[in-house]
Design a protein around this ligand. Sequence first.
Ligand SMILES: [Mg+2]
Length: 215
Amino acid sequence: MIRIPDAEHDTLRLGERPLVVCDIDEVVLEFVTPFQGFLKANGHELRPRSFRLTGNIVNLEDGRETEAEDVGRLIEAFFSEQAEWQTPVEAAAESLANLSDDADIVFLTAMPPRHRSMRRELLSRHGFDYPMIATESPKGPAVRALHGDRTHPVVFLDDIFVNLHSVREHMPQTLLINLMANPTFRALAPDPGDGVSVATDWPHAESLIRAHIAA
Ligand SMILES: [Mg+2]
């Protein structure tokens, strides 16, 4: 079994019950919408024409496309200031609180561990008191490490297809849910692929999860 390094996670104690592994950006915290505000405040603008950030950001000074390297730098700067920008996704706190009566909730965020303490504080401020793993490793092996060979139902929610497909590959029994808070990007998203359910919002995701763990 693959170990998750201690520096990357809170105390993880799973009960003998279903497991819901949940991404953070665009799933429980708004990312795209506040990032648009952050870009404007820093002389750039996101103009969504396709389902990606790089290529759709322009420098407001000269109207030129912002290079991938600079987009990476802007995302990093945004995460350093996330506590001032990111807000909860509508109904996420309520749905997770409902589900936590019957399942363990664990956050799995693709974020350098150096931002972990700020993110932990931000989540707790909004009532998301569930343990978090912050790692840049692929998500499939991380879910596998977490769930092991337990036979309880397992659910994974994420906005990024590569993460959903990674979990599909390593944990094929998982209920995979694609959830994306930003309506513009949700409308631009291609089909998420075989075996991935698309949830339009948290109440929808909650009903899909309830049906899965009751089955
Ligand atoms: Mg995300």
